[in-house]
Write a protein that binds this ligand. Structure first.
Ligand code: G6P
Length: 371
């Protein structure tokens, strides 16, 4: 086992460090010589994909949060209405799906029972199902109409890391492919977006190289009893996933909120004892960014310790932060790919400092094969 961990203390930490390669592998060979996105493995006809009038993304846990990010990207690029639903809720509420509905399931293991049952229900209603999955030949891709594999390599740590970032990439690819076949996006736009995705492995590596601040932060916050995560737009699912990682690994109460909801309740929780992570949208989304920055000011005025993740050159966000975690330059929709990495590392480090088993957190299973 020590050999398999390649010098890392945990599989999880090793998998966090594998993300530059994992993301590069998800992207490998996706562009043809005409600058078009190719998703041959999908084996679903463009005619069929042109007829789709609704997308429903179904997943559990971390994969569900990847789905929340996907909704923003897919709706923006394709203008197809897209819902995201927890797999465990899906079939029990009699969802409205028909042969024009495209169901997209996301599952690292490909064996999650809740997700599998949702697929069976969707196919009974004649919906088409695409699985985004990391495990070749698993039950979920076998029972789906088509599959996009994430090619992240085996993920052993129970808490998903490279599983999540590669799911995001696969979702972006699917969104862009749908936009391409439906004539919403053309060669040069697709190529520009893919070029940005191609820069992400290096950006992830930069975040890994600059990890020291995050490790120190874990040391500082190791006695926290509750932590909040705030984000807006695609930063909201990042906040949810950051909180989930901390719950799973450090057994600390943590919650993710949409920053705009702060005033509708969560602000009552804010006190001096509460560290708050805030994901600030990149520049260019200035309306949104200004609002998030004023949220930081609000919680700081109430004594909270603010840990802010934002564009490296965002001096305004930096000025409002007690601790600033700089992110390499990226566009809004792609930011989750980068913003999550420091939060994964933070949870891994904090759990390590607390003496927990990071790879096998209590009460959790890597793949939950019962409903
Ligand atoms: C379990 C794992 C989570 C994972 C979820 C969904 O609860 O502990 O880390 O996100 O299942 O797993 P899947 O394999 O379907 O992505």
């Amino acid at each position: 086992e020590a050999a398999q961990k390649q010098g890392f203390d945990w599989f999880m930490r090793k998998e966090i460090f594998e993300q530059p390669k994992a993301v590069a592998d998800t992207l490998l060979g996706r562009l043809n010589e005409r600058g078009e996105l190719v998703l041959d493995e999908l084996r679903m006809s463009p005619e069929l994909l042109r007829r789709v009038n609704k997308i429903v993304i179904v997943a559990c846990g971390t994969a569900f949060y990847a789905g929340l990010v996907a909704k923003y990207a897919i709706e923006h690029w394709t203008r197809i209405p897209c819902e995201v639903e927890l797999a465990s809720e899906f079939r029990y509420r009699d969802p409205i799906i028909d042969p024009m509905t495209l169901v997209v399931t996301i599952s690292q293991s490909g064996e999650t029972a809740d997700t599998l049952m949702a697929i069976r229900h969707a196919r009974e209603q004649q919906a088409k199902v695409i699985a985004i999955c990391n495990t070749n030949g698993a039950t979920i891709p076998r029972e789906s109409d088509a599959v996009i594999y994430t090619h992240a390599g085996p993920e052993i740590g129970v808490a998903s890391t490279k599983g999540f970032t590669t799911q995001l990439v696969a979702c972006y690819l699917l969104g862009l492919y749908l936009a391409q076949v439906r004539g919403m996006k053309y060669g040069d736009e697709i190529a520009a977006l893919l070029a940005e995705l191609e820069r992400m492995p290096a950006a992830l590596q930069q975040l890994l190289d600059e990890r020291q601040g995050v490790l120190e932060l874990a040391e500082q916050l190791k006695d926290a009893t509750s932590v909040l995560f705030l984000g807006r737009h695609v930063g909201y699912p990042v906040a949810l996933e950051g909180a989930l990682k901390l719950k799973e690994l450090a057994y600390i109460h943590a919650e993710g909120f949409a920053a705009g909801e702060l005033k509708h309740g969560p602000i009552a929780l804010v006190s001096q004892d509460l560290p708050i992570f805030v994901v600030v949208p990149p520049r260019g989304r200035d309306q949104l960014r200004d609002k998030v920055i004023s949220n930081i000011a609000e919680v700081r005025a109430r004594g909270a310790k603010t840990i802010v993740l934002g564009d490296a050159d965002d001096d305004q966000a930096r000025a409002h932060a007690e601790v600033f975690i700089p992110l390499p330059k990226v566009s809004t929709l792609v930011q989750p790919l980068l913003a999550i990495l420091p939060l994964q590392l933070f949870a891994c480090e904090l759990a390590t400092l607390k003496g927990h088993d990071v790879d096998q957190p209590r009460n959790l299973a890597k793949s939950v094969t019962v409903e």
